[in-house]
Design a protein around this ligand. Structure first.
Ligand SMILES: Cc1cc2nc3c(=O)[nH]c(=O)nc-3n(C[C@H](O)[C@H](O)[C@H](O)COP(=O)(O)OP(=O)(O)OC[C@H]3O[C@@H](n4cnc5c(N)ncnc54)[C@H](O)[C@@H]3O)c2cc1C
Length: 359
């Protein structure tokens, strides 16, 4: 390693980086000595299983990957810390501990956090759905010490729907409400939306659509000045919002996300890769399934970068099949106009998710 400059710095233990490390293990590729991964959490959490965990259907250790062990097997240093700043021109990063690192190649896979309403003197817990450890910790406390009488889940996408169903399943004394800023499951076929609304009714989850909670004051939820009622706790699952620091770094960004091309490299800084939720690429939604697919190409392209080989191109799949967990062992299928909801689909989802965790 040239003094001080790491050959490769991976930032974030997201889905894509997990796939990269596993691919290198499988193919026997060893990254150059001094390569490192920076992650604040020792675990890589698998998003597909989070609703199942919250529903009480999985144990913690079934839903996460031990990055210390994975890095050790790959011969990569793991630094448990959080990046708080990046100087893209000099490929230098600053960590929360104050430490600095510089990489010949950088790869960002830091995910996203849901956009939050303004919280003015909230007397309730307002929990982001991501990063996962925060929500998981609160949920475990609720189970151990008593849950709030009511919880409002904010958001109307697949994650918000699944979390509302999961909380209802695992917190029997709590009344769960779902407040969606758009119509429920916007972008899914109306048949899927109808089925999802029916399931919420069946499980007595109150649904409010086309209302965007902009403010939490005390226990009260507001859309601007219009009251949307009160709640004892709130879980924010409003989709992917970009972290601020990557775009303050000099990288070209689009709506806060790092603009990349099909090689998964920044369009402005060619020694920097970005993948998963933190990246912006046309026709590529911010979802775990896309991050996983990008991981396969990223593994090859990082290796090509380190060995001066040629890069592969990532082509997003035109349409992804979605299996939404409904907290009861069943799953709701959404694939264009096709929909179904049953236990067999639940078992299929369990199988796919477990297969990912087991590598
Ligand atoms: C409840 C829920 C369920 C979901 N279910 C699904 C699903 O079934 N299918 C699907 O396709 N999508 C699902 N999603 C969306 C999915 O979570 C994201 O699209 C996916 O996690 C993105 O993966 P990623 O690889 O970009 O990063 P992530 O998996 O989000 O990981 C980011 C990593 O970066 C680390 N990190 C963050 N900031 C820093 C920093 N400053 N420095 C260093 N490291 C940092 C984090 O600790 C984490 O390890 C779900 C989302 C939620 C909230």
């Amino acid at each position: 390693m040239k003094s001080g400059v790491r050959p490769l710095v991976l930032i974030g233990a997201g889905h894509a980086h997990v796939v990269v490390l596993r691919s290198w293990l499988r193919t026997g590729f060893r990254p150059p000595e001094g390569s490192m991964l920076i992650t604040p959490d020792r675990y890589g959490w698998y998003s597909g299983m989070m609703p199942g965990l919250i529903a009480g259907r999985y144990r913690l250790d079934q839903c996460r990957i031990d990055m210390i062990e994975l890095c050790e097997r790959c011969g990569i240093d793991l630094i448990q810390d959080r990046v708080r700043g990046l100087d893209a021109d000099n490929q230098q990063i600053t960590l929360e501990s104050g430490r600095h690192e510089q990489g010949r190649w950088l790869s960002l896979n830091v995910g996203s956090a849901p956009p939050s309403p303004d919280i003015n003197a909230a007397s309730i817990e307002v929990l982001p759905a991501k990063p996962f450890p925060i929500l998981v910790e609160a949920w475990r406390r609720w189970r151990a010490e008593g849950a709030p009488p009511s919880v409002a889940v904010l958001g109307g996408g697949a994650a918000a729907f699944e979390l509302a169903m999961a909380l209802q399943a695992s917190l029997p004394g709590t009344s769960v409400r779902l407040i969606s800023g758009s119509e429920l499951l916007h972008g899914h076929h109306p048949r899927v939306q109808r089925k999802a609304r029916g399931l919420l009714r069946e499980y007595r989850i109150d649904l409010t659509e086309n209302r965007h909670v902009t403010r939490v004051q005390g226990k009260a939820l507001y859309e601007d000045d219009t009251s949307l009622g009160v709640t004892d706790a709130s879980v924010v699952a409003t989709g992917a919002g970009a972290y601020a620091w990557p775009c303050k770094s000099g990288l070209a960004c689009e709506e806060g996300f790092i603009s990349i091309d099909a090689t998964l490299r920044s369009i402005s800084h060619r020694n920097l890769f970005a993948s998963g939720d933190c990246a912006a690429l046309p026709a590529t939604p911010h979802a775990g399934v896309y991050a996983v697919r990008q991981g396969e190409i990223l593994a090859d392209n990082l290796r090509a970068a380190l060995l001066r080989g040629s890069m592969k191109l990532y082509h997003p799949q035109p349409r992804a099949l979605a299996l939404l967990a409904t907290g009861d062992g069943r799953a709701l299928l959404s694939y264009g106009p096709l929909t179904a909801h049953n236990r067999l689909l639940g078992r299929w989802k369990d199988h796919l998710d477990t297969r990912f965790i087991e590598g």
